[in-house]
Design a protein around this ligand. Structure first.
Ligand SMILES: Cc1cc2nc3c(=O)[nH]c(=O)nc-3n(C[C@H](O)[C@H](O)[C@H](O)COP(=O)(O)O)c2cc1C
Length: 328
């Protein structure tokens, strides 16, 4: 599949998630088969540009190409300026966030709040496409609320504005994260546009990915929460969609090795104190399906040094592996 000049190696993408899809996690998911991995949303407001957080979010060191940067905001000019600056800083695809249910970003309507105002959507898309020397993609929800599922109209506006691909989360803005995602609106969008369409929302297994692709005709899928603590889900879904055998779920030893490499990357990226703190939520996600996770998580919460955290993780996974071997 092609997005502008970029030929994607697969059709399973990592969804942008603020607080999760930092550079270490994106590099990991790309290694595990994600064809694209958007970073955490960057506010278009220039006043937020030079914070430490924002600088880290614009770091692309050793990030596999094409590098996707997501921007959010409600003002066409500042969105265009943000796109330009991010391209200068290394972005190879600009993704626009009109999917986030938070009402305000930088004190203005932004994210999915914009779906209510189609003329403004058109102005933002036109301004960003005109300002970007790289492809622009768009992430939306199915609409404003259950009565206003206007994703198909927004998709047409996007295609007419020169947007190169669309990702659609199968919920309206009003649904936030409640209920199950519905994918029928995505099928409707797919029939209305020729640009690639990615289906998103509650896809958490290779079979579910296959079902959604069959039901919607989407060109690919975008995975968010199911990749937390399970970055190998990309290779599993990719295999299923290609009609190949799904690789077996990694054994405890492999999970331990993936996790330790991830933690080392977090310490290097954030520094030890912040890295250890940020690692805790990832450790919780990696362990949620494993035995005695509760006790292990409690002790991990108390560790303050990288070496102690790594040691605990190694011990825990060695025990799990022994238990698996004994049961075999
Ligand atoms: C913690 C978290 C942070 C998120 N941050 C963003 C974001 O910055 N930009 C965005 O477009 N969507 C964001 N989302 C929405 C996801 O990209 C995705 O659309 C949603 O989680 C549904 O997909 P899933 O069911 O596969 O998780 C976020 C979701 C979560 C759970």
């Amino acid at each position: 599949m092609q997005i502008g000049p970029h030929r994607l190696a697969g059709r399973v993408l990592l969804a942008p998630m603020a607080g999760v899809t930092d550079l270490p996690f994106r590099r990991l998911c790309r290694r595990m088969g994600a064809a694209l991995a958007a970073g955490e949303m960057l506010a278009a407001d220039e006043r937020l540009w030079d914070t430490e957080l924002s600088r880290r979010r614009r770091d692309h060191t050793d990030e596999p190409e094409p590098r996707v940067v997501q921007i959010a905001g409600g003002d066409p000019e500042s969105m265009a300026e943000s796109a330009r600056r991010n391209v200068d800083a290394g972005a190879q695809i600009i993704d626009i966030n009109m999917g986030c249910p938070a009402k305000k970003v930088c004190n203005r309507d932004a994210g999915s709040a914009l779906l209510r105002d189609e003329p403004l959507v058109a102005r933002i898309l036109a301004a960003v496409v005109a300002a970007s020397s790289v492809p622009v993609t768009l992430k939306i929800r199915t609409g404003w609320d259950r009565e206003t599922r206007n994703a198909a109209r927004v998709a047409r506006i996007a295609e007419d504005s020169g947007v190169a691909a669309l990702a659609i989360h199968g919920r309206t803005r009003a649904c936030r994260f409640e209920g199950r995602a519905e994918h029928m609106t995505i099928a409707e969008v797919k029939q209305r546009v020729r640009i690639p369409v990615f289906a998103n929302g509650d896809i958490d297994t290779p079979d579910k990915a296959r079902e959604v692709i069959e039901a919607t005709g989407a060109d690919g899928v975008m995975i968010g929460r199911a990749a937390q603590g399970r970055p190998w889900i990309f290779r599993e879904i990719e295999a299923r969609l290609a009609g190949n055998p799904v690789p077996p779920t990694p054994r405890a030893a492999e999970v331990g090795a993936i996790m330790r490499a991830h933690l080392r990357d977090l310490y290097a990226f954030y520094g030890e104190a912040a890295g250890v703190r940020i690692a805790r939520k990832h450790i919780g996600w990696y362990c949620r399906d494993h035995a005695d996770a509760q006790l292990f998580r409690q002790s991990v919460m108390q560790t303050l040094s990288a070496s102690a955290q790594l040691e605990l993780v190694s011990e825990y996974f060695a025990t799990l592996d022994e238990a698996t071997a004994a049961a075999a």
